[in-house]
Structures are given as structure tokens and as C-alpha cells.
Design a protein around this ligand. Structure first.
Ligand SMILES: Cc1ncc(COP(=O)(O)O)c(C=O)c1O
Length: 382
């Protein structure tokens, strides 16, 4: 069969494989805890669900929504950016997405031609690598390392690569490491990209999942000229992964091109989901403070157990991930399998995030504290 040969370099989405494997183990009667995918176990607030149900009764709920999203939701996002980050957005600087994964994929052809270059971190959320492959775009995989707090070292990017790159994707707070960016870094990378005419995209999926007491930051706070784009999602902030709703904010020219791609590919998100998302922003404080408490407790517990087991980890305070080092004497795969067979814990092997993830594994703290305690405690000391 003559199929797209770019697909030959791409495997089935990693978590789809883990899901089949997990179901097989469960069918065989194995007692397991899945700490692999970042899909929160916390239920969606009833206020959001009720708004969704109420919206199903509005006349026209079943019609095609506006391609760029409903005005009510855009206005709520504009208010959110103003109140939270003191960033002023106009309506044309907001575009509603069918989840951030969709936006990350579609922004690539919005900006890049076949054969162009994008700079992405290594390790990273792999959609930054596979989507460019699907669109025939090359990636320059920029190492991010613990010694630099998992922030890109901009001076290590060859000028020849920087010159020909059209886009730079970053993701803070970071998956898989849990690292956070700071003001200085954001200012530096905005300048780096502005000087070289590179569209900077921050995937801010975990922006609201930081330690209690810390103030979340948005890249747009530092981009007065609005050259860049921030992609956000309701998935993690409001425990709405299955709803599939997100947004892109920032440079209106890029968003216009993104809308061109989207309006030719999809027809927007179901209206009641958009109303539910708008309602979610009304209860932002309640939801974020609840989530922070839950994840802070899980993170602290998990770190204490890992410490006791002599498993090294990056001491992060954001996202719900912990980026751990594979103990000496094991390959990444050997340890991944050992965690499953000996202790019933499914994790994500670090190489699923790129070759520099080799030697690491990621824990996703999206299960109950009791279970995290019970299963992690089964691990022997290394
Ligand atoms: C860094 C990052 N970006 C985007 C996504 C996708 O989020 P969404 O549900 O909005 O598509 C994920 C999901 O795990 C993620 O980790």
C-alpha cells in the first residue's frame, strides 16, 4: 500500500500503547497502579458539569459553533489574563481550540512550510516532535538539562539553526520534568526569538499547577509587543481532559493563520463544552486552590518515599509529575519493567520524551494519595 512515508518514523501514540498493555495486565488479574499518563483522577466540578448540561437545552446547541470560538468564552479568557497576569488581550488575540494538543499540531502548518525548522526541547512532550514530522517540518532538538534547571541554554543554539528556524516551542511549567521558568528566562527567550524573527510558542498546559502560595506566570507578561503565542488548556487546570477545550492567545497574525488551518480541518468545539469552559473560569480560584492542595500533598509524599528508597528525582514544585533517575545498574526499560512486575507501578520511561530522557522515568501523581503511598512504599531501597 502506498501510504505517507513520513508516518514510518512515527509510532502509535505512546500512551495508547501503555493503555493496551495496562488493560492486558488488569485482565490477567495483576494488581497495578497507573502513574503513567497525565490524566487527573480528580472529578470535574459540578458547577462546570451543570453548565454543560444546561447548555444542551439552549436553542441551537447542536449547530456548528463559530470557527474561532464563542465570544462568551473569549471574553472570560481575556478577563482571566487581565486579572491573573495583567495582560491585555483583544478578541482577535484569542482563539478557542479543541484542546491544546490540537492547537500545537495546527500551529505548525500555520507558520511553517515543508522543510522549515522548529526548535523544540529534548526531552519534551512528544507532540512537538511528531506533529512537525506529520507536516514535513524539521525539528532541532535542543537539550534541556538538570544543571540548567531544565531551561534551554540559548547560547548553545547554533546561529545557523536559529537563523533558519521559524518557530521555537517551549513548555513551562514543564512536562516531563516539572521545571518552572522565571521572569529572566522569559525575557531572554523573547528577545532571542524577536531578534531572529522566530515565533515563540509557550505550551502553558500546567500554568495553574504550581505549589500553593506561588503566583503562576504567563510568558505574555514579558512580551509587550505580543510577538509570541501561548497555548492553554482547561484539561489540567479544571480536570476536564475529556472535554477537549483549550485556547491560543497572543500574536493576532499567527492566530489568523492558525484559524485558516483550523477552519479547513475542524469546525470548532461543541457549544455546551465552550459554555462549560466559560463557567469554569468563574470558579478558577476554588478549583486551583483545591488542586494545588491535592498535588502538593501527593508531591511531598512521593518525594519522601523516593528519598527513602534512594531514587533521585528533580526537586520540582509544579505540574503533577516527578522526573526520576533510573537507579544505577538498570537500563531504562529494565527498570520500567521491574516497576511493573515487582511492584505493580506503571510509569513512563524517560525515552518516551526523547533520547535525553533515557536514564529517567516519569511519575504522574494523578492517583489518590493512599494509593501513591501504598504502591511507592512497595519499592525496595536502591
Ligand atoms: C505539555 C502538554 N501539552 C499539552 C497537552 C495536551 O493537553 P490537552 O488535553 O489540552 O490536549 C499535554 C497533555 O498531557 C501536555 O502534557
Amino acid at each position: 500500500m502506498k501510504i505517507n512515508n513520513r508516518l514510518s518514523g512515527i509510532e502509535e501514540y505512546h500512551f495508547k500503547k501503555i493503555e493496551s498493555f495496562k488493560n492486558k495486565l488488569i485482565n490477567e488479574g495483576k494488581d497495578i497502579l497507573d502513574l503513567s499518563i497525565g490524566d487527573p483522577d480528580i472529578t470535574t466540578n459540578k458547577i462546570i458539569i451543570d453548565e454543560f448540561l444546561k447548555s444542551v437545552n439552549i436553542e441551537g446547541f447542536n449547530k456548528y459553533p463559530p470557527y474561532d470560538g464563542i465570544r462568551e468564552l473569549k471574553v472570560k479568557i481575556i478577563e482571566y489574563y487581565k486579572e491573573r497576569f495583567n495582560v491585555n488581550l483583544k478578541e482577535e488575540e484569542v482563539l478557542i481550540l479543541i484542546g491544546s494538543k490540537e492547537g500545537i499540531n495546527n500551529i505548525i502548518p500555520a507558520v511553517c512550510n515543508i522543510g522549515d525548522f522548529i526548535i523544540v526541547p529534548n526531552p519534551c512532550y512528544q507532540v512537538y516532535v511528531t506533529s512537525p514530522m506529520l507536516w514535513g517540518v524539521n525539528t532541532y532538538k535542543l537539550p534541556i538539562r538538570e544543571k540548567s534547571s531544565y531551561l534551554p541554554e540559548l547560547n548553545k543554539i547554533p546561529e545557523s539553526i536559529a537563523k533558519k528556524s521559524k518557530m521555537f516551542i517551549i513548555n513551562y511549567p514543564n512536562n516531563p520534568t516539572g521545571a518552572e521558568a522565571n521572569d529572566t528566562f522569559f525575557k531572554d527567550i523573547i528577545k532571542f526569538c524577536t531578534d531572529r524573527d522566530i515565533i515563540l510558542v509557550n505550551d502553558s498546559a500546567y500554568m495553574e499547577i504550581v505549589r500553593e502560595g506561588k503566583v503562576p506566570i504567563s510568558m505574555l507578561q514579558f512580551d509587550k509587543a505580543k510577538k509570541s503565542v501561548e497555548i492553554g488548556t482547561f484539561s489540567k487546570t479544571f480536570n476536564m481532559t475529556g472535554f477537549r477545550i483549550g485556547y491560543a492567545v497572543g500574536n493576532s497574525k499567527v492566530l489568523k493563520e492558525l484559524l485558516k488551518v483550523k477552519s479547513n480541518v475542524d469546525s470548532g468545539q461543541f457549544l455546551p463544552i465552550q459554555y462549560a469552559a466559560a463557567r469554569a473560569l468563574d470558579i478558577l480560584e476554588i478549583e486551583t486552590s483545591k488542586n494545588k492542595k491535592i498535588y502538593d500533598a501527593r508531591r511531598e509524599k512521593a518525594k519522601n518515599i523516593l528519598k527513602a528508597k534512594n531514587i533521585e528525582y528533580y526537586n520540582s514544585e509544579a505540574t503533577f509529575y516527578i522526573w526520576c533517575k533510573v537507579p544505577k545498574g538498570y537500563s531504562t526499560t529494565e527498570f520500567y519493567e521491574k516497576l511493573i512486575w515487582d511492584y505493580g507501578i506503571i510509569t513512563t520511561p524517560g525515552y518516551s520524551f526523547g533520547n535525553l530522557g533515557n536514564g529517567y522515568f516519569r511519575l504522574s501523581l494523578t492517583k489518590d494519595l493512599k494509593d501513591i503511598y501504598k504502591y511507592l512504599n512497595k519499592i525496595e531501597e536502591f
